[in-house]
Ligand binder design. Structure first.
Ligand code: HEC
Length: 117
């Protein structure tokens, strides 16, 4: 359990710490640049543009309401089946999680790099 993401977790923590002060004030709308920074930290585990398939679930192209409800559940600890996403989701405001959900939902999975599922 402690060795699940030994490489990914170190840069992630620093990314989250750097990203927080910038985005803490933000409301419902985020610029493309802000979203790119926020979504970049997800790529450590979910693959470029969230397309990875395997032990970490694919998040690209999934319905936005499914993704956002999963993220909000992780953050507010209403989902017991989590190894790491609870800690990650806590680094974002609810509005940021909803924006991230819409961002990943908008990625077209059919468009190259199709995950093997
Ligand atoms: C350190 C690795 C890691 C990082 C970074 C990460 N995730 Fe995850 N994610 C996981 C794992 C592992 C799961 C499976 C649930 C669990 O064990 O916590 C998951 C599950 C999810 C799920 C639920 C998918 C489903 O089908 O239930 C969503 C949505 C999600 N992550 C979104 C994100 C977003 C958005 C980011 C960036 C803000 C992110 N993740 C960053 C590892 C990661």
């Amino acid at each position: 359990m402690k060795r699940v993401f030994p490489i990914a977790s170190l840069p992630l923590v620093s990314l989250l710490l750097v990203g927080l002060p910038m985005t803490a004030q933000a409301e419902e709308t985020f610029s493309d640049a802000q979203l790119e920074v926020m979504a970049g930290s997800c790529a450590n585990c979910h693959g470029t543009e969230g397309r990875l398939a395997g032990s970490v679930p694919t998040i690209a192209g999934r319905p936005a309401d499914v993704l956002s409800s999963r993220l909000l559940d992780f953050k507010h600890e209403e989902n017991g089946e989590t190894t790491i996403m609870d800690r990650i989701a806590k680094g974002f405001t609810d509005a940021e999680l909803e924006a991230l959900a819409r961002h990943f939902a908008g990625i077209d999975l059919e468009n190259d790099n199709e995950p093997e599922e």
